[in-house]
Ligand binder design. Structure first.
Ligand code: PMP
Length: 378
């Protein structure tokens, strides 16, 4: 039929959504996926071994229950809460397998939209906006990052928490904030939790990097466990295994909902089942701890190497933020002019706001990246 055009009856409201910016050349610091020291994708040895075991058992392709694999759901709750908290609060937690972290956010959002209709506040991450709008909730961002200190803007955070309408939903990044790479410290988390409790605010934790950040799930789940264990807050936790297990395309995740009672947890689980049925119908260990250390350790090393190389190059400005940030992403803190120069002159690709994926750095390109940044900021 070639390129004939007809007048559409049904799709007149359709719009072209601009693509995410990404280019695969010299130093690709835009892509949000872990790369090994040679710049290649990495299959975790723990995942390789699990796949071998599954294949040995004989894979089948039957439907799973709507809520997902029961063993998987329990394992997620045990890992995220930790054994101690799971033993006391596990029965107050509804669980549902999801299409990775994004699917979990959808489920949490839909559940809230159906049981309540609060406002949602969020430290800006592009995809949240789309998900929350899609589930039909009101949505606003707040200023999370202070460009001057290159750290979390706690004054703005505090002010937002103290002034939003009671009952609002706050979308929090449990650790490894994307895109800034800056998280509240433990005392700041305690304060955030305290204000949220006193103002009756509901936290949705986006937990896409548990274990990937520090190498320890226990460490990275601090905020979640503090809010549930110490403050007894009702909360939703959206878990993704894309980054922490390197299962990007498999879409493995879960939503956990901590409710005030066992009965309410069962009600929430029943609603999650109904939402899941209407949306997707169905979806699809010690070595893992080592693998988490491998990935988080290499990322930390590359942060340090970039920092050292910038110093050796005598790049003007301060770069401490690079080693203070955590996780895969972080802002370099460059002007858009410098970002364009790096792209056009040096073929170094990153988001326009100078967010880089540190996993894109390796021993072969880190000196080149540092020298190019130094030359461009001079
Ligand atoms: N939240 C954050 C903050 C992320 O960075 C990501 C991955 N880029 C996700 C959620 C969800 O990713 P996925 O759906 O692949 O699990």
């Amino acid at each position: 039929m070639g390129s004939e055009t007809h007048k559409s009856t049904f799709f007149t409201g359709a719009q072209r959504i601009p693509p995410d910016h990404d280019s695969p050349v010299k130093a690709n610091l835009g892509q949000g996926a872990y790369r090994d020291g040679d710049g290649n994708p990495w299959i975790l040895p723990s995942v390789r071994e699990s796949r071998r075991l599954l294949q040995e058992q004989g894979l089948i392709h039957e439907y799973l229950p709507i809520l997902g694999h029961a063993g998987f759901r329990e394992a997620v709750a045990r890992t995220v809460l930790g054994e101690e908290l799971f033993s006391t609060k596990g029965s107050h937690v509804a669980t549902c397998q999801s299409l990775s972290g994004t699917g979990a956010l959808h489920l949490a959002g839909k559940l809230i939209a159906r049981t309540n209709s609060p406002e949602t506040k969020d430290p800006p991450y592009g995809n949240h906006f789309q998900v929350i709008k899609d589930v039909g909730l009101e949505y606003e961002t707040f200023k999370y990052y202070d460009a001057a200190t290159k750290s979390v803007d706690m004054a703005s955070y505090r002010n937002m928490l103290q002034t939003v309408p009671p009952g609002s939903v706050i979308l929090l990044h449990a650790c490894a904030h994307n895109p800034t790479g800056c998280d509240p410290n433990k005392d700041e988390w305690r304060e955030i939790g305290q204000i949220m409790k006193s103002r009756n605010l509901f936290p949705i934790f986006d937990a896409a990097y548990l274990g990937f950040n520090s190498g320890s799930v226990d460490e990275d789940a601090f905020s979640i466990r503090h809010f549930i264990g110490e403050l007894n807050l009702e909360a939703a936790i959206c878990v993704s295994y894309a980054k922490s297990m390197g299962l990007y395309g498999e879409r493995v995740g879960a939503v956990l909902v901590h409710a005030a009672s066992k009965d309410l947890a069962l009600d929430c689980q029943s609603m999650l089942e109904q939402i899941q049925r209407s949306q997707v119908s169905n979806r699809q260990l010690s070595q893992w701890s080592e693998d988490l250390l491998t990935m988080s350790g290499r990322i930390r090393t590359m942060r340090q190497k970039l920092y050292d190389a910038l110093h050796e190059e005598g790049a003007p400005g301060t770069w401490e933020h690079l080693i203070n940030q955590t996780g895969m992403f972080g802002f370099l803190g460059l002007s858009s002019q410098v970002v364009v120069e790096l792209r056009e002159k040096y073929h170094i690709y990153m988001a326009d706001n100078s967010r880089i994926s540190v996993a894109g750095l390796n021993d072969s390109n880190v000196k080149y990246v540092a020298a190019s940044i130094a030359a461009s900021v001079r």
